[in-house]
Ligand binder design. Structure first.
Ligand code: PEP
Ligand code: MG
Length: 577
């Protein structure tokens, strides 16, 4: 039966392919079929994972019993050992692989489902609680398996459409190395970090579909139209044909856009505009350069922390920053210090392990860095060391007060001093900027411009904190409004104040890559935009056909109204000539 699901398109384009259902974020595993010839290899992969986890437990046990760790830890490891060696986990999944011709991860998660159901029926509360131990053991196994993926991959990845209930940004970033056609989730807001990373996969994505994960079945044919916010399940032939045509048209439009790659972004009335890239990992540089970025306006370094054991060392971070700095060949590279917390968790870090009552308002970004100065200093040293290899700048996230700027500057000075003592070279004039993401920052902007070299407006958070709307909660996504008069006023205030004090200012939130807002921002006086690389050429095309003087005249009228309807009408006017 054919039906349509509506959601929020967070990445445009059209994809046609077959559904691959993926399970809950904590057990994010690929489900795919194997051939009878591949069964023994898949069983061997599971056997090796079992041995690896047994070894891990043995090592942990050794460390516990030789030190002064409490005896309960040893007992807890014994329980895990028993679970691991029990045939229900050892043998049953192997049989499933052979009988159902499925991959090891899939077999393991099926068995976990069975065990969880059995545990839920146990009356004894102590025994029932052992369910968590089973989950932990299976997660350990999955982690090993996923670290060593099998030779077998889904047959036609490029035509596979991932369907998940919810995914964390860390889950999504894992998909960067795979070629999926599109992406759907039940949950998610338009500027949630999950959506931002999904966008960076450069495939169509629709979030907030509510129940795609339950309604869609494995392998069903899907059309994902990210531009129109819809998913068509089991489309009939005529719809399919129409969409294939539309796909070809989009491809043609893209080919035309690509010709603008090296054209300078200059408006009709000759204002030069910088169009820079937002990146999450050094690998994103390639796409940024392909699409003509004139610098990196935002390197979200916290992604170096996710999906890994332990923390990245100073050297490892240095390598990542150096690669980007050198890759941009003298063009600016703005390295944002870790914005961990809220929806970007890193297990094992103090302060982030507890569940914060209100994560977006808790120990996030600069607050977390200042609470963990050792970790912050390590990053600052790595950035400073990389500054020799290009034009590197430091960007501090989520500032709300002058105190945070001053504390950060002290730590930067400390990091510089430690490098000088070790005779390590760096750019001593490195610029330090701050993100404007909280209304308090806009309202104290003069104190910011007098202490910082540049500013960058993070509209994603600025909207969230101005309107009190959680950016990752689809239940309130209709209230998340970039065109709210208060948001427009704050952005305008920040740009005007920075311009008056001759402090360079950029916008690096999603508004910068949204063509509906290009002329609005130009009219406010913005000349530096940083966005996901996939949007660079569309925005360049808009810049090339814009007249700043005309945009300024419309923006002047926008300043005189608080009426949402009038604001929308004026925005339409801006965009229609
Ligand atoms: C923003 O908040 O607009 C921003 C660019 O930072 P992030 O999306 O990483 O929070
Ligand atoms: Mg932000």
């Amino acid at each position: 039966m054919s039906f349509v699901l509506h959601g929020i398109g967070v990445s445009g384009g059209i994809a046609i392919g077959r559904a691959q259902l993926i399970s809950h974020a904590t057990l994010e595993v690929a489900h795919y079929s194997i051939t009878p010839e591949q069964v023994s290899g898949e069983i061997e992969r599971l056997t090796q994972a079992l041995h690896a986890v047994q070894k891990e437990l043995e090592t942990l046990h050794g460390a516990m019993t030789s030190g002064d760790a409490p005896a309960e830890f040893g007992a807890f490891l014994d329980v895990h050992w028993m679970i691991l060696t029990d045939p229900t986990l050892h043998e049953v999944p192997k049989r499933t692989i052979a009988e159902q011709l499925c991959n090891a991860e899939w077999a393991l998660t099926q068995q976990l489902g069975v065990l969880i159901e059995q545990f839920d029926m146990i009356e004894d509360p102590y025994l029932r609680e052992r369910k968590a131990d089973v989950v932990h053991v299976v997660e350990r196994l999955l982690k090993v398996l996923m670290g060593k993926p099998g030779a077998v991959r889904p047959t036609a990845e490029e035509h596979t459409i991932l369907v998940a209930h919810d995914l964390s940004p860390a889950d999504v970033i894992q998909f960067k190395n795979h070629h999926f056609a599109a992406f759907l989730t039940d949950l998610g807001g338009v500027t949630s970090h999950t959506a931002i990373v999904a966008r960076s996969l450069n495939v169509p994505a629709v979030v907030a579909t509510h129940n795609a994960r339950t309604l869609i079945r494995e392998n069903e044919m899907l059309i994902v139209d990210g531009g129109r916010n819809v998913v068509i399940v089991n489309p009939d032939r005529s719809v399919l044909a129409e969409y294939r045509l539309r796909q070809d048209e989009l491809e043609l439009e893209w080919q035309k856009l690509r010709r603008l790659r090296t054209t300078p972004a200059t408006t009709l009335d000759d204002h030069k505009v910088e169009l820079m890239a937002n990146i999450e990992l050094p690998d994103d540089l390639e796409q940024s350069l392909e699409n003509g970025a004139t610098g990196v306006g935002l390197f979200r370094t916290e992604f170096l922390f996710l999906n890994r054991d332990g923390l990245p060392s100073e050297d490892e971070q240095f390598e990542a920053y150096r690669a980007v700095a050198a890759g941009m060949k003298g063009q600016p590279v703005t390295i944002r210090t870790f914005d961990l917390g809220a929806d970007k968790h890193k297990e094992g870090l103090d302060g982030l392990t507890r569940v914060a009552p209100n994560p977006a308002l808790g120990l996030r970004a600069i607050r977390f860095c200042l609470a963990e100065p050792r970790l912050f200093l390590t990053q600052l040293r790595a950035i400073l060391r990389a500054s020799r290899y290009g034009k590197v700048k430091i960007l501090l996230p989520m500032l709300s007060s002058v105190g945070e700027i001053e504390q950060s500057l002290v730590l930067i000075a400390q990091a510089k001093e430690s490098l000088r003592e070790q005779k390590v070279r760096f750019d001593s004039g490195i610029e330090v900027g701050g993100m404007i993401e909280i209304p308090a920052a806009v309202l104290s902007i003069d104190a910011f411009t007098s202490r910082l070299d540049f500013l960058s407006i993070g509209t994603n958070d600025l909207i969230q904190y101005t309107l009190g709307v959680d950016r990752s909660d689809e239940a309130v996504s209709q209230l998340y409004d970039a065109l709210h008069p208060a948001v427009i006023r704050l952005i305008d205030l920040a740009i005007s104040a920075a311009t008056k004090s001759a402090t360079p200012i950029a916008v690096c939130g999603e508004m910068a890559g949204d063509v509906r807002f290009t002329r609005l921002l130009l009219g406010m006086g913005l000349t530096n935009f940083s966005m996901h690389p996939a949007h660079l050429l569309t925005i360049k095309q808009r810049v090339l056909t814009s007249d700043v003087a005309e945009a300024k005249a419309v923006v002047a009228r926008m300043r005189r109204t608080d009426e949402p309807v009038k604001l929308t009408a004026l925005l339409t006017k801006l965009n229609t000539h």
